[in-house]
Write a protein that binds this ligand. Structure first.
Ligand code: ADP
Ligand code: MG
Length: 623
């Protein structure tokens, strides 16, 4: 368009578009999912605003919260239209080109190594997937606060914006027009689109309509032409009087049965998605496959991997809500990268079926931010601002119940994993059922174990429940992961404490002189090799009435030894000499120890001081 205002794409966005347009990625279908998801987001936004301002929706068709797909086979255009919030001119400039989101460069980087384009939605740049199938895209948009504009780009580094004086007014919302590439003509095929919408958008909570053709067969008198069609169609609307006439007509038909069948093509809006929300259904009636698909759409996770676990429940009492929680199969790329700046919760909040926000922080504590899911509350008020909701007293109760359910779900994942069980009989009985659950907890632990540890540090109320979920290797676990309960079940008679040692790696720790005597006496010692373990053990003092003992610290007691006193006496002078020789600034004390077997001496840290591993961690942090 000649008088359009031109803009350059931000550099990272431009690179992203190059990657997409040159991609050999075969699954080009994903663009449709991204566009429908954007349309749905836009509809959610306007519906949310309409809670406090009814006028905002407008009247008539404009107020219909729906998505419409149309195909123009001649011009090779696929259009997706929503009556959502729309974009002002400024929104178009910012959202579609000039402001790179944090995910943009992360995604570009990922694509250059081993990236799966399918993940595009998770990085917040899903819109640009349109260039997988189109070489020219127009975005027509009308926001309540601005005029109607057209954004257009051929993905050549620039885009243009002009006030729309060509198209029919949208009322409100956005229409994305894809001028399909030659090799993407399949997206003009109605049946293909129906199949895709079914596949990708089953859980979109707005009706999706396709302007679709319908073949209707009609009986017409053999010797008459199409002009009789009109009569046929008017039949359905006929009043009683006309009905009598019709009967007369039929009789006539029977007299001279010269009719023929003609096929006629009509067009109409066809509803493509079934809208009953999963979380409102009875859990008993939802299949595993439906939960899995629901997870994929909710989490925008289209890798095809199944969620590790889910929990679907209704809370009753003074605070009523329904919720579905999922443990994803994989941790997102940046889960622990910026933990303290990240969101607390990745749950979507609905109030009485209306989507409110997916940035509602107070639903879960930070350590559970790896969970995906949804909460639909009947107790929270609908017509107040997000800020007011955030203050609402029932949130505390919701949060408490969600944590409890989340931890139950994770414990169940462990309980049902045959690898976790010591009980071999049970394994045989449930073999077929448990095969699928085998190794699932280890998978969970490898992805999200750190979150459980952070939970122990942060959440005093649930510390014991979380400690049950801890896994680690020990001197006796034979390279496998084990739990505190399993450790306790193997404790020697008379053993009071749980022994552990911290360091950088299992290999290094296995050689530690601190272990000599303990291993010789057949005690089991836990290896803690993750930097976070040092912090963890400052919060985890005991478990099931057993105290934790760091074997590299002063004051280690390994059962009673009758010779202790005797030894102390006879080496009294030597101990004194050593203390003098090493000087007070180097060591706090010199003592007779019963922890060694082969090594003559060992340096230990004081009971209340930092372990040497902790000192190492602190040093690496300040450097
Ligand atoms: P994301 O949806 O993750 O934010 P996208 O690349 O899919 O990322 O979309 C970029 C932005 O463009 C959206 O955040 C939104 O602001 C805007 N946008 C895209 N499609 C629409 C639409 N149909 N209606 C209104 N705004 C839209
Ligand atoms: Mg999107």
């Amino acid at each position: 368009r000649a008088d359009a205002e031109k803009f350059q794409f931000q550099a990272e966005v431009s690179r992203l578009m190059d990657i997409i347009i040159n991609s050999l990625y075969s699954n080009k279908d994903i663009f449709l999912r991204e566009l429908i998801s954007n349309a749905s987001d836009a509809l959610d936004k306007i519906r949310f605003l309409s809670l406090t301002d009814k006028e905002i929706l407008g009247e008539g068709d404009v107020a219909k919260l729906e998505i419409q797909i149309t195909l123009d086979k001649e011009k090779k255009i696929l259009s997706i239209r929503d009556r959502g919030i729309g974009m002002t001119k400024e929104d178009l400039i910012k959202n579609l080109g000039t402001i790179a989101k944090s995910g943009t460069s992360a995604f570009v980087e990922k694509m250059q190594t081993s990236g799966d384009l399918n993940l595009i939605g998770q990085f917040g740049v899903g819109f640009y997937s349109v260039y997988l199938v189109a070489d020219y895209v127009e975005v027509v948009s009308k926001h309540n606060d601005d005029k109607q504009y057209v954004w257009e780009s051929k993905a050549d580094g620039a885009f243009a914006i002009s006030e729309d004086v060509w198209n029919e007014p949208l009322g409100r919302g956005t229409e994305i027009r894809l001028h399909l590439r030659d090799e993407a003509q399949e997206y003009l095929d109605e049946s293909k689109l129906k199949e895709l919408v079914k596949k990708y958008s089953e859980f979109i909570n707005f009706p999706i309509h396709l302007w679709a053709s319908k073949e209707v067969e009609e009986e017409v008198p053999a010797d008459e032409d199409e002009s009789s069609d009109e009569e046929e169609t008017s039949e359905s609307k006929s009043s009683e009087d006309e009905g009598e006439e019709d009967d007369a007509e039929k009789e006539e038909d029977q007299k001279k049965p010269k009719t023929k069948t003609v096929k006629k093509t009509t067009y109409d809006w066809e509803l493509l998605n079934d809208m009953k929300a999963v979380w409102l259904r009875n859990p008993k009636e939802v299949t595993d496959e439906e939960y899995e698909k629901f997870y994929h759409s909710l989490a925008k996770d289209f890798t095809g991997e199944k969620p590790l676990a889910w929990s679907h429940f209704t809370a009753e009492g003074d605070v009523e809500f329904k919720a579905v929680l999922f443990v994803p199969p994989k941790a997102p790329h940046d889960l622990y990268e910026s933990y303290y700046n990240s969101k607390n919760s990745n749950l979507k909040l609905y109030v009485r079926r209306v989507f409110i926000s997916d940035e509602f922080d107070d639903l879960l504590p930070k350590y559970l931010n790896f969970l995906k899911g949804l909460v639909d509350s009947d107790t929270l008020p609908l017509n107040v601002s997000r800020e007011m909701l955030q203050q609402h007293s029932s949130l505390k109760t919701i949060k408490k119940k969600l944590i409890r359910k989340a931890l139950d779900m994770i414990r169940k994942l462990a309980d049902e994993d045959p690898d976790e069980s010591n009980d071999t009989d049970k394994k045989d009985i449930e073999e077929s059922d448990s095969n699928e659950k085998k190794g699932q907890y280890t998978k969970f632990w490898n992805e999200f174990g750190k979150s459980i540890k952070l939970g122990i540090i942060e959440d005093a109320t649930n510390r014991n429940r979380l400690a049950k979920l801890l896994r680690f290797e020990t001197t006796k676990s034979d390279g496998k992961l084990t739990s505190l309960d399993q450790y306790i079940s193997r404790m020697k008679s008379g053993q009071k404490d749980i022994f552990y040692i911290t360091g950088t790696s299992k290999d290094q720790l296995q050689k530690s002189p601190f272990l000599e005597r303990l291993t010789k006496k057949n005690y089991e010692v836990i290896f803690f090799t993750d930097p976070v373990d040092e912090y963890l053990m400052q919060y985890l003092m005991d478990y099931e009435d057993k105290k934790f003992q760091n074997v590299s610290k002063e004051g280690l007691k390994i059962g009673k030894d009758s010779k202790d006193k005797e030894l102390k006496e006879s080496f009294k002078e030597l101990t004194k000499w050593w203390k003098g020789a090493l000087a007070a600034e180097n060591v706090d004390d010199v003592k007779i120890s019963n922890r060694l077997a082969d090594s003559p001496c060992v340096v230990v840290t004081s009971k209340y001081g930092w372990s040497s591993n902790m000192e190492r961690i602190m040093q690496s942090q300040t450097l």
